[in-house]
Design a protein around this ligand. Structure first.
Ligand code: B1H
Length: 839
């Protein structure tokens, strides 16, 4: 247990300072009461569950803030800090995680019990900040957890969206989007810092002038200026004193009121600017694909990047630093291209504001930044139409032109006469319309560029960034993603974690790879297997309870829980999974004696509101469920569930209950995946393609403990080159034909033959994501999974081996790689060698 405050025995009287820092049950209890009355303004007699939750949250926060003070100090003392710039963070509910990381669960349980409260109920009362779309934002949150735990001075910078990702409801099988109101009851975890605020200019034009020394200069005359205000959330490390700082920016008008307009009687005109300014941090774009040409999105990106860089400069100054040593002070990671404008903004701040000469500023900039690419989907490479870019950021466009001019000059020297290459490398796309290419900007402005899984990095070097790889091979490296074993094992699966700790000791929580491998020797231990089975069974019963509560569907917890949760997207192929369900349904009806285990197929995930085909896939799944779930012929043998509103909180319930994890994207499309890791770390077997991190997971757990199927990335490319004719699969595969004909007949749509036509049509005519090509091998792998599940002992063995061999997928390992190969930042632990800052 951590704490410079050893728990005092409960008989000791509570002294004042213990109230807010003490870790005895009595101190915690008293602080809860104090916070209930003096912060939440309630008396126990009429307090609601939310009041108690808030009081408890403040109590835990008190203990976090104490560490916070020290973290800020070390941040100022350390010579180099990590700044993680991300448009998305998905931290999930804070309370349970904070209690766990602070090592105060038992005492808090006792404290709440003394007040007649149920701790677990208070923990599950909490909602979550949905400030991200999916894995990209969740990865950022796991990284903060690991950075805090490894005691690295860290700031995560992002946007405090008032409305995060929408809540999903299902009505008549269709997705309905409901506004996320995560701030409705207040947010006990954040601290508003009105005094930490920056001005962010937008729009307008640039002009040249001579300064007092007679030098020729450029200045930006913006059309408007908004203010960004810091909102801080402490992110605790596990059993250490350190916390990471999550600093999110909220936009406000500079003057919340235009008094002149008001005095002239124009009340609406007076608040207009306020409204427009506040719009910037109002809402997260709910896309996990590109958002073309949205001015507000570009403003959001620039807004948070500018506030963050100004903040870094201020903090650096406070510590006595000068702008010329900025790069020794900070390693700044660009989480995809969403913050890539930072390259031009830092140049502007250094050159225009700090008066550093261009060459030196460029050196500082490149030493500072590194860039992570998260997708190869060609349509997902961010580019901004030039007119729009000029309208929002006229000065940055000039700076980008200048970066580009110098860059292309170098390229010309390296590849004389190769104008095609020049065209491809340019920061400006010159087609009929002109665009700013954000990935190219990030690549030239960074000293390191990484992909998020081995296959992804290879493909990155071969395809979308090939020219950059040839030009700067030394900048490229792979850092395979990872997930936090704290949230994704210890917190969400206490039963399994307890078994692991009993077996190998508690070191695995922070040092997964070496320690957890010790679990291997228990894979053949009958008693251990039985305990393992019981835990999984308990987790499945818990999920079954929630399924029945939220959908009314009663599922059999003894059945094989076959789960696919992730954003709904054609490349992720939830509809391939659906085709398998139909096949199983037909087979079971035709052959009641079929020797397969009962199965419950569970889906979860949101579709982008504007992505019609993804929304139709949700309807398709629910329509199949409607037919299958009431058919007495397959009762107890097959159930289909769409679990609404998949988010971090629901994920914590779902991953631990899975037997089989569906990771079935078209090879070459899923950059990494991290859900795949969460499932396997919770003892599920994977059925998956050789895509993203699946490849490495399979190598780690052993091919005999992984159900692989489908074309490889190369085979997909070859097939397309040769000319893929999906209708031939339909013609040649009798079962596939039967399934598709059944869908077309309106069997799952109450006779409506048109409803699913857009899906079927795409599959038969184009099948961009090669579902039909992979169908036969997918079915074979599914059959194998069913058979394997029937031999319970063997299945348990494989489940244990999966967990034992997955230690390398801890985000601690990812972060160590970033630290060693990219950031060159030292842990505060090694205080002797603290920060030798080697940019
Ligand atoms: C990933 C995104 C993404 N890649 C644009 N790209 C967005 C792109 O709102 N937008 O504009 C939002 C998100 N997200 C994911 O990153 C990959 O698909 C996963 O395979 C990967 O595991 C994850 C983290 O690296």
């Amino acid at each position: 247990m951590n704490g410079r405050h050893p728990p005092k025995s409960d008989e000791n009287p509570i002294v004042r300072e213990d109230l807010r820092t003490g870790l005895t049950a009595e101190a915690i209890k008293n602080d809860i009461l104090e916070n209930l009355v003096y912060v939440q303004a309630r008396i126990p007699k009429i307090a609601t569950r939310n009041d108690w939750y808030m009081a408890l949250a403040y109590t835990v926060r008190d203990r976090l803030l104490e560490r916070w003070g020290m973290a800020i100090e070390s941040l100022q003392q350390s010579s180099r800090a990590v700044c993680y710039l991300s448009a998305e963070f998905l931290p999930g509910p804070h309370l349970g995680n904070a209690i766990l990381n602070l090592g105060m669960y038992e005492q808090t349980k006792e404290a709440t019990a003394r007040l007649g409260l149920d701790l677990d109920a208070l923990i599950s009362h909490e909602g979550e900040p949905g400030l991200g779309n999916g894995e990209l934002g969740r990865l950022a949150a796991c990284f903060l957890d690991s950075l805090a735990t490894l005691e690295i001075p860290t700031i995560g910078y992002g946007i405090r969206y008032e409305f995060g990702i929408f809540d999903q409801e299902i009505h008549d099988g269709w997705q309905r989007e409901v506004t996320d109101k995560w701030l409705a009851f207040g947010n006990p975890w954040e601290i508003v810092r009105p005094e930490i605020a920056y001005y962010v200019p937008l729009g307008g034009y640039t002009e040249t002038y001579y300064d007092r020394l007679g030098r020729f200069r450029v200045r930006w005359v913006p059309e408007r200026v908004v203010k960004g205000i810091a909102h801080d959330t402490p992110i605790p490390g596990y059993h250490v004193e350190n916390v990471a700082l999550l600093r999110l920016w909220k936009s406000e008008a500079c003057e919340s009121f235009d008094f002149q307009a008001f005095n002239e009687g124009d009340y609406y005109g007076a608040v207009e600017d306020k409204v427009a300014s506040e719009t910037i941090s109002k809402v997260l774009y709910p896309n996990d694909e590109p958002i073309p040409g949205k001015e507000l999105r570009l403003s959001q990106q620039f807004f948070f990047v500018s506030c963050s860089l100004q903040d870094m400069i201020r903090v650096h100054r406070l510590g006595g630093g000068v702008p010329a040593t900025f790069d020794r002070r900070y390693a700044v990671q660009l989480n995809d291209t969403h913050p890539a404008i930072a390259v031009a903004e830092l140049m502007r701040l250094l050159v225009d504001k700090q008066r550093i000469d261009w060459e030196r500023a460029w050196e500082i900039t490149r030493n500072t930044f590194s860039y992570t690419n998260h997708t190869l989907l060609p349509e997902a490479l961010e580019k901004w139409p030039l007119p729009l870019f000029r309208k929002v950021l006229p000065r940055h466009l000039e700076i980008i032109f200048e970066i580009n001019r110098r860059f292309l000059e170098d390229v010309r020297l390296t590849y004389p006469g190769d104008s095609e290459r020049l065209r491809r490398l340019s920061l400006i796309e010159e087609a009929d319309d002109r665009y700013v290419r954000m990935a190219n900007l990030a690549a030239v402005g960074s000293h390191a560029i990484n992909g998020v899984a081995a296959l992804h990095t290879d493909l990155l070097k071969e395809t979308v960034m090939r020219d950059f790889y040839e030009l700067y091979p030394e900048r490229f490296l792979n850092v395979t993603n990872g997930v936090s074993p704290r949230r994704w094992m210890l917190l969400c699966n206490p039963g399994m974690s307890g078994l692991i700790t009993d077996a190998v000791g508690e070191n695995w929580v922070c040092n997964s790879q070496d320690s957890i491998a010790g679990l291997e020797s228990f894979a053949d231990d009958g008693a251990f297997r039985e305990a393992w089975r019981k835990v999984k069974q308990g987790n499945k019963m818990e999920l079954a309870r929630h399924i029945s509560e939220r959908t009314g569907i009663v599922v059999n917890p003894e059945s094989l829980f076959d789960i696919q949760v992730k954003r709904i997207h054609e490349y992720k192929r939830q509809h391939l999974n659906a085709l398998h369900i139909i096949s199983l349904y037909i087979r079971l009806k035709r052959t009641p004696s079929l020797d397969v285990p009962p199965r419950t197929v569970i889906f979860g995930g949101k579709a982008a509101p504007g992505y019609a085909r993804a929304k139709l896939i949700i309807k398709f799944i629910n329509s199949i469920a409607d037919v299958v779930n009431i058919d007495p012929d397959v009762a107890d043998r097959l159930k289909v569930v769409f679990f609404p509103d998949f988010n971090v909180k629901n994920g914590q319930l779902i991953y631990p209950a899975a037997d089989l994890s569906e990771q079935i994207s078209t090879a070459g499309k899923e950059a990494s995946g991290t859900g795949n890791m969460k499932f396997s770390l919770n003892g599920a077997l994977t059925i998956g393609t050789l895509d993203g991190a699946n490849v490495e997971i399979r190598e780690a757990v052993g091919p005999e403990n992984f159900l692989v199927f489908g074309l490889t990335a190369r085979e997909v490319t070859d097939l397309k080159m040769r000319g893929y004719r999906p209708w031939e699969s339909y013609e040649q595969n009798e079962e596939l034909r039967e399934i598709i004909d059944l869908v077309r007949s309106g069997f799952f749509s109450r006779g409506d033959r048109d409803l699913f036509e857009p899906l079927v049509n795409e599959l038969l005519s184009r099948d961009e994501y090669c579902l039909l090509a992979d169908y036969p091998s997918y079915l074979e792998a599914q059959e194998k999974a069913g058979k394997a599940y029937l031999v319970q002992g063997q299945w348990l063995r494989m489940s244990i081996l999966n967990v034992a061999r997955m230690g390398g997928f801890s985000s601690d390992r990812s972060i160590r790689e970033y630290l060693d190969h990219i950031w060159k930042v030292d842990s505060l632990k090694a205080s002797g060698s603290r920060g030798n800052g080697r940019p």
